[in-house]
Design a binder for this molecule. Structure first.
Ligand code: PGA
Length: 253
């Protein structure tokens, strides 16, 4: 079955408003939109640059989103940003449960579940990130860890509610390390994720679910990853910061 393909850039804490605008300005002419780029192009700048980037990207095929979001609607939560605020700024998707949020800011699977719930109720498509650490992989616990992350984050939703979800498999040991999973290793894991998603939703929803791979994706390895049947795109950190390497990856996608 034909699934959506998404090449997503996660800029993390990089790029000022000016730098974000400059990037989008340079990116748009490089995308052969009219000739039908096969992959959707998604970019998650820092919160402060979302509005300006979204405005710059208007009318193009580039979608701007956020890297995180509060699970609460509004209230006394100093430093937090709500789904409504993000949508108003022009965010069209949100990344949730990134491993840096889990490890540096103690986000738990339960907390991520509430964020997914908020994203669904606000109709903002979410990319749910899951991934195992190096020691978890070495001790043969990869599947157990990923299953737990998915089961808790997605507990209690109806299959239909999850039809807009995107999953990103990002092995923690591959993020920012230059050490990507091999295409075969990633494929095997993506296949297992899709199988579990079938149990959690339905065969039809699992078959149309985009599962992105993330972790040291770069122009040199993206093609072999995307050739795999269950890898539907990439979530890219470091290599998405440079417009020529990002556009090269989009064109390979
Ligand atoms: P990386 O990061 O491409 O720099 O490894 C990926 C991510 O954290 O989403």
């Amino acid at each position: 079955m034909e699934r959506r393909k998404i090449i997503a850039g996660n800029w993390k804490m990089h790029k000022t408003i000016g730098e974000a605008i400059q990037f989008i300005d340079s990116l748009i002419p490089l995308i052969p939109m009219v000739r039908g780029a096969k992959s959707e192009i998604w970019i998650a700048p820092a919160f402060t640059a979302i509005a300006a980037a979204a405005k710059k990207a208007e009318g193009s095929s580039v979608r701007i989103g956020a890297q995180n979001m509060s699970d609460v609607d509004e209230g006394a939560f100093t430093g937090e940003i709500s789904a409504k605020m993000l949508k108003e700024a022009g965010a069209q998707f949100v990344i949730l449960g990134h491993s840096e949020r889990r490890s540096h800011f103690n986000e738990t699977d339960e907390h991520i579940h509430h964020k997914i719930k908020r994203a669904l109720s606000e109709n903002i498509p979410a990319i749910l990130c899951i991934g195992e650490s190096e020691s978890e992989r070495e001790s043969g616990r990869t599947q157990e860890i990923l299953s737990r992350q998915l089961a808790i984050a997605l507990a209690g939703f109806s299959p239909n509610e999850l039809s807009s979800l995107i999953v990103a498999y990002e092995p923690v040991w591959a993020i920012g390390t230059g050490k990507s999973a091999t295409a075969e290793m990633a494929q095997e894991t993506h296949k297992a994720i899709r199988f579990q998603m079938e149990q959690l939703t339905s065969a039809q929803i699992a078959a149309s679910l985009p599962i992105l791979y993330g972790g040291s994706v770069k122009p040199a390895n993206i093609k072999s990853l995307l050739e795999m049947p269950d890898i539907d795109g990439a979530l890219i950190g470091g290599a998405s910061l440079d417009v020529s390497s990002f556009s090269e990856m989009v064109l390979q996608g």
